[in-house]
Design a protein around this ligand. Structure first.
Ligand code: BV8
Ligand code: ZN
Length: 226
């Protein structure tokens, strides 16, 4: 199962490329990249602090909660996410493969020293207690490699899946976008949950053109022993 920013849309968090997408006002390479931070650390950091305040204020929605219920009820279940808001964990999913890191924790941009979570109150840059360099969010930026173990686990799950759900993702960011394609090519039944068609819709056996907060609770209700 792969989720994207769309599953958090009903928690009030803007997606990246939808009509209200945050990328609309910002260009990814100016913000979510090593160059973007190097060029203008203050603006980049303030953007993440702004997003963190939104994450703290948001609550997991019915879609997140349904996935936590499915994890409890379905034996061989793997949740892979591109999201960095950790709403899956707050909904009760403990085993989450985070392909793009998370925006809650930080590490030093210069020496890499982990720094955990910091207050989202102020937009001021925070110095590393180790070397004085600036802290950066522990997300995977464009141009950065994904965590090797996360990507390998996700690819293994996609290769061995009998059913693969692609939920709330435009399937435009690689290598994550290759996962539903890999699952499909290995014989999995691909199911897409997205109000809009995407580049993988043609591969899906079923495309639920509806919000994940509506569809996922219906899937839970249909599970045996519901
Ligand atoms: C890398 C963290 C090696 C930061 C993000 C081919 C192979 C490999 C790499 C590339 C390649 N081609 C290009 C690349 C480079 C690049 C890339 O993919 N670029 C794209 C734009 C073409 N990839 C990388 O750089 C990756 N690194 O591969 O390293 C390398 C290095 C250099 C050069 C080559 C290779 C790193 C990618 C990770 C970037 N980090 N996030 C942050 O958050 O600030 S990506 C960002 O996009 C988020 O993580 C987000 O999750 C992700 C994907 O977006 P979506 O989740 O799909 O969100 P989106 O808004 O697009 O779509 C939302 C969907 O929800 C919509 O379809 C909408 O209809 C739907 N929706 C709306 N409401 C609902 C809903 N669905 C259901 N219910 C609703 N209610
Ligand atoms: Zn440091």
């Amino acid at each position: 199962m792969l989720t994207g920013a769309g599953i958090s849309a009903e928690s009030g968090l803007p997606t990246f490329r939808g009509a209200d997408g945050i990328w609309k006002s910002l260009r990814p390479e100016e913000m979510a990249s090593v160059d973007g931070f190097s060029r203008d650390p203050a603006t980049c950091w303030a953007w993440y602090q702004h997003r963190r305040r939104a994450y703290h204020a948001a609550e997991p929605n019915a879609g997140h909660l349904a996935l936590a219920e499915i994890a409890r009820r379905v034996a061989d279940f793997t949740l892979i996410t591109q999201n960095v808001d950790r709403l899956h964990q707050r909904a009760g999913n403990s085993a989450v493969i985070e392909l793009h890191g998370n925006a809650i924790e930080n590490h030093c941009f210069r020496c890499g020293e982990p720094a955990g979570a910091v207050s989202a109150e102020s937009d001021d840059l925070v110095p590393c207690s180790h070397c004085g360099g600036w802290l950066r969010p522990s997300v995977v930026w464009f141009g950065e490699m994904l965590p090797v173990d996360a990507l390998e686990k996700a690819a293994q799950a996609a290769r061995s899946a009998t059913v693969f759900l692609s939920i709330g993702t435009s399937a435009q960011v690689y290598p994550a976008a290759q996962l539903p394609v890999l699952a499909h090519h290995r014989g999995a039944t691909l199911i897409e949950i997205n109000p809009e068609p995407t580049s993988i819709t043609h591969l899906a056996r079923h495309h639920f053109r509806a919000p994940s907060g509506t569809v996922l609770p219906q899937i839970v209700a249909a599970l045996p022993g519901a």
